[in-house]
Design a protein around this ligand. Sequence first.
Ligand code: GLV
Ligand code: MN
Ligand code: MN
Length: 426
Amino acid sequence: MRIPVDIAATGERAAAMLEALGAISQSSDNLTRFFLTPEHRRAADLVGDFMRAAGLDVSEDALGTVRGHWQPAGPDAPRLLIGSHIDTVANAGKYDGTMGVVVALLALEAVVKAGLKRPYGIDVLAFGDEEGTRFPTTLSTSAAAAGHFLPSWLGARDADGLSLDEAIRAYGKDPAAIPAAAYDPDKVIAYVEAHIEQGPVLEAEGEPLGIVSAIAGASRLSITVTGEAGHAGTVPMRMRRDAFAGAAEMALVAEKIARADRHGMVATVGRLHVEPGSVNVIPSRVVFTLDLRSGSDISRREALTEFEREAHRIADARGLGVVISAFHEVGTVPCYRDLQLRLRNAVADLGHRAPTLPSGAGHDGQAMSRLCPIGMLFVRCRGGISHNPAEYAAREDIGLAVAALVRFIERFELPQLTGSVQGAEQ
Ligand code: GLV
Ligand code: MN
Ligand code: MN
């Protein structure tokens, strides 16, 4: 059966849905939608409405992940999972994550309408904690679905001091029900996600869609540097223990380590808090984050060791204290070869080449890979820009992504995947 998809019309519908979701923000100036906020609630409700309109049954788990179910073979049949996330970074674009949810539910709508019969079901998942921007618990919602949620995460606190446990309760959910969010690994066939590329490769190659070979591993550290507060006007430079100056030197060391790496390592200091934070007081305490990623886990681990050694050397030389703690650590995850092939065939069916490329950005697939094989479809985005309000993917390309998922599902007759788990290149 070849299910009809009007690519242009579908792209228009996706754009309208993305506009509606993109308008749900904590800020009147930009799009900011963090995990378990009232805006997350509103976006989840709208996604639920979209899912119901697409002919799916809707449920929500204890972490607020919205699940749209298509169950042609009953609720106990194995299932294919397709999804992405609806949380955003601060001052975000409209497409990161949300586009993958919209693409998945429009694809499934076409499948439902066509009356396709399958011996398995499909769930569309809208996760809420992919970015890790509110709590230091990146990927907690997909980890819960994969059965790997760590109870210790409930004690993590946001910038206002609210714990994850408290935020879940304020959202109207019960933390005790988190284990029930886990899928039975024997009942899950695979997890597939469509996502904007967030990089420039597809645009440079003139291709609307790409196939992900692997998702780069990542480490996130919190570094606390302690010195001594003092009068900015009276303490001579040689007698200072300036926590910020030490932190700045450490940040530059991280940059130097990443630049010297041959595996495309990237290092980012994205958050920095200076105390006491007065114009005329020498900083006594600085807390900053380091996000370090590489397609090579060996390089990433070596870089972490080198950074820690250098940070201590800098602290000692400046008479400062330094404490480094890791709050997120995920290895490079290969996409399943069989799924890469199936996705590439689906795109080829639409007359496109679908180059293979690695993902430098993190995705829910990293957590889902502990449950089942994963596959990812990338959609070209303008200028490779992401985590920025200028983020943009063309309607036509989004419509093509929907059509590619429909072709993928159409041919996905056997729940058995074959071949190696290894990605093409890493
Ligand atoms: C998520 O977008 C990440 O890679 O940080
Ligand atoms: Mn994302
Ligand atoms: Mn993101």
